[in-house]
Design a binder for this molecule. Structure first.
Ligand SMILES: C[S@@+](CC[C@H](N)C(=O)[O-])C[C@H]1O[C@@H](n2cnc3c(N)ncnc32)[C@H](O)[C@@H]1O
Length: 398
């Protein structure tokens, strides 16, 4: 059975499995393989053509009409919208998202009862804390994020986990395996980042905000096995599945708790020495962001770290074409807060929440390459932030 094929994309059969990972038959597997390759084709063959079209046709036409180049990504996006190659790329990309959701959801709905049964069997009561009083924030319920029907939180039946199983099954497809078999390369990168900079640091209590099904918090919990880890999310299906997945993978120091990261009164002041989030802030709102920052300031213990990992902010150095491409999800993939989050001054939000400017730091994390998927990959776990880094860190050491 091939683990990698001619174009370097791993076969879906190489995905990391655990006891609640959905099974895929031959056709379902090949549907995922097809989608991963279509994604790759769009990114590596069609998108460079769009970049050429922007440079050779769209930007010169704009300049001809306006007497200047586009000054903001809004102008560039509007100009690009009339370019046929962009339209083709964009429509196909949107289509792959919809097909990926259809493929994933049909896969998991067909085995819903087994998935729920297995989850129930695996969950250790002490490792899952659900709170039916927790309300889904409006910004989350307003749209189905990245075209996921029912988003993260919809429960189609009692103890449902299908939203999470669909998310888990499809991440390997949309990322082309670049985050590893267990989609945990970002969490592994974070562990390396902290170990390099603070080799003797031993956090005792760690809080992960918007943990989802725990992809990126498990490597942290494994690396700091003596720490007590609390992973919070508002979505019960993600937490149930996350707790079962952790148990199946032998990670037993994480409690998955249902809570709104903007209101964590149940946790004491100065009670965590590492608070972190991975790819979470862009799915909130300006109001929630202020409250999340204040809560982290309240809960962080002296000497502790608050770290948020996100895709890079749109700064003045980022070419406008790149900004337009990065912003595609906001307009075409149900990510309504994406543009705003990447435009705001996150440092200022942290300072407004009570952090001191001298406590703030920045950096970058690249996903640790999964050598079993990519044995020949170059070691590009670049330590310093640059365009190669997948994620940007905004942090504070108090
Ligand atoms: C893109 S996922 C990130 C998952 C995870 N951090 C990871 O690295 O795989 C965002 C998660 O944030 C959760 N979420 C959104 N708003 C929240 C809030 N106010 N409090 C807690 N969780 C929230 C969603 O339910 C979703 O599971």
């Amino acid at each position: 059975m091939p683990e990698a094929d001619h174009d370097g994309l791993p076969d879906y059969r190489a995905v990391g499995r655990h006891a609640v990972f959905p099974n895929a038959d031959h056709d379902q597997t090949e549907r995922f393989n097809f989608l991963a390759r279509l994604n790759r084709h769009l990114a590596s063959v069609v998108l460079p053509g769009v970049a050429d079209a922007y440079r050779q046709r769209v930007e010169p036409a704009f300049e001809h009409a306006q007497g200047r180049k586009p000054a903001h990504r809004r102008e560039a996006r509007q100009a690009l919208a009339a370019e046929p190659l962009y339209q083709t790329w964009s429509a196909l990309r949107r289509n792959t998202m919809e097909m990926r959701q259809q493929a994933g959801l049909s896969l998991v709905l067909g085995q819903r009862d087994q998935l729920i049964g297995e989850t129930r069997r695996l969950i250790d009561e002490g490792r899952l804390r659900l709170d039916p009083q927790v309300r889904i924030p409006h910004y989350l319920s307003a749209v189905d994020h990245h075209c996921m029907p029912g988003s993260y939180y919809t429960e189609r039946t009692a103890d449902d986990v299908t939203a999470a199983a669909n998310y888990d099954a499809g991440m390997f497809v949309t990322t082309g395996g670049m985050l590893g078999r267990y989609t945990d390369g970002g969490g592994r990168g974070m562990v390396e980042y902290m170990r390099r900079r603070h080799p003797n640091w031993r956090p005792r209590r760690i809080l992960d905000l918007g943990c989802g099904l725990g992809h990126n918090v498990l490597p942290i919990a494994e690396a700091f096995a003596d720490a007590e880890v609390v992973a919070v999310d508002v979505a019960a299906p993600m937490l149930r599945y996350g707790a079962a997945r952790a148990a199946s993978l032998g990670v037993d120091n994480v409690v998955f708790a249902q809570a709104d990261a903007a209101d964590l009164a149940e946790f004491d002041a100065a009670s965590f020495d590492w608070i972190q989030s991975t790819m979470f802030l862009h799915e909130t709102s300006c109001r929630a962001l202020r409250r999340i920052m204040s809560e982290t300031r309240r809960m962080i213990a002296p000497g502790g770290f608050v770290i948020h990992i996100e895709q890079p902010q749109y700064d003045a150095d980022m070419p406008i074409f790149e900004q337009v491409m990065r912003d595609w999800d906001a307009f075409n993939n149900n990510e309504p807060f994406w543009t705003k989050l990447h435009d705001v001054d996150l440092d200022q939000y942290m300072i407004d929440a009570g952090f001191e400017r001298h406590e703030l730091f920045h950096g970058g994390v690249t996903a640790v390459v999964d050598r079993e998927l990519f044995p020949d990959a170059a070691d590009d776990n670049a330590e310093d932030y640059g365009r190669k880094a997948a994620w940007h860190i905004t942090g504070a050491h108090v």
